[in-house]
Design a protein around this ligand. Structure first.
Ligand code: 13P
Ligand code: SF4
Length: 335
């Protein structure tokens, strides 16, 4: 077993996770709970994680809430059940702490759509522009950013920039277009998008709405503009969850990653939640990156404290500035 573990550690970079067999007789939930306590670990989970992971987490939240929890924790180790850019943000906010991610290959199509060297050249063509980057981007991109935002604070971030200052918004063109409409600000948009939020079928949603006339159609702003136009409510994952709790409606068609339905159902057990249908027959509204994290990988990562997030000190120093600005704006806005 020891030899296999050593071999798995050597292959960690290529695999992205510790590829060793877990004893099928152990109770993973119990082990994970024990490890959290013994090692003073905090387990943070995004709403898009599988339900078993959400139920074990110390905190389940949206991108902003998880960054805020990471910033204020006094735990020794942060275990991030989410994707790479989220764990990276936690590390930037806590350079002295160990930050673990069950699978380093849990990436993000938005972060991939905006490689830092290409963005650098693009930015050089617009030297007078302020750069606002969606948190769904790499640490390298954050070093070229003036203010980071998430979908829950983006309007406040844009509003904090003087009217006469031109803005580049990267990497999500859908969130960017939504913000242009909401704030009335013209922005140069990077041409990136989320593979999960672009899969929903307008035609099938319209038909579903006809079959469920009382259902509210709610959507994440990463969805395409033609879908947002027909939405009853648009918001971040935490915004969508709040809306389903506060609304008098009892049926909701939900256009975001399907993991959020677990919390919606938990908070409102008597309401009905219908995942918005994708363009084809597959379960494409599951994020393939988010779903790389499994209970087994989570257990292995907590037991062996691997894989760990490492970021160059100089990158941390520069990438922290736009994140701190975002945190400040969120605090002022009461978020
Ligand atoms: P929020 O949880 O901030 O709404 O972001 C959604 C998302 O796509 C995370 O990857
Ligand atoms: Fe990235 Fe989209 Fe997955 Fe969120 S749901 S991690 S934006 S690919």
């Amino acid at each position: 077993m020891q030899d296999l573990l050593e071999l798995a550690k050597k292959k960690l970079d290529a695999k992205g996770y510790l590829d060793v067999d877990v004893d099928p007789t152990i109770e993973l939930e119990e082990e994970i709970t024990r490890l959290k306590k013994e090692k003073n670990m905090i387990l943070l989970a995004h709403y898009y994680q599988e339900s078993e992971i959400q139920d074990l987490a110390d905190y389940v939240g949206d991108s902003l809430q998880l960054a805020q929890k990471a910033a204020e924790t006094d735990a020794d180790i942060i275990v991030f059940a989410g994707v790479h850019f989220m764990a990276e943000t936690a590390k930037i906010l806590n350079p002295q702490k160990k930050v673990l991610l069950p699978d380093l290959k849990a990436g993000c199509s938005l972060a991939e759509s905006c490689p830092a060297p290409i963005f650098k050249k693009f930015k050089e063509k617009h030297p007078d522009h302020v750069v606002v980057s969606y948190i769904n981007c790499t640490a390298a991109l954050k070093t070229m950013t003036d203010i980071v935002c998430t979908s829950s604070n983006a309007k406040y971030v844009i509003d904090s920039i003087p009217e006469d200052t031109p803005i580049i918004f990267a990497p999500d063109k859908n969130l960017g277009a939504y913000l242009q409409k909401e704030t009335g600000r013209e922005m140069i948009l990077w041409n990136g998008s989320c593979m999960v939020h672009e899969i929903f079928s307008h035609e099938k949603i319209v038909k579903l709405k006809l079959r469920h006339p009382d259902a509210k159609f709610i959507a994440h702003p990463e969805c395409e503009p033609h879908l947002l136009e027909i939405a009853d409510y648009i918001g971040s994952t935490s915004g969508l969850l709040r809306y389903t709790q506060e609304s008098d409606a009892t049926e909701f068609i939900v256009a975001t990653e399907a993991g959020i339905l677990h919390q919606m159902q938990k908070k409102s057990p008597d309401k009905t939640f219908i995942p918005a249908p994708p363009n084809n027959m597959c379960a494409c509204n599951d994020c393939p990156h988010m779903k790389l994290n499994t209970l087994e990988k989570l257990y292995l990562c907590m037991e062996h404290e691997l894989p760990e997030i490492h970021i160059d000190e100089a990158i941390i120093e520069r990438a922290k500035l736009p994140i701190d600005r975002m945190m400040e704006i969120s605090k002022k806005a009461g978020l």
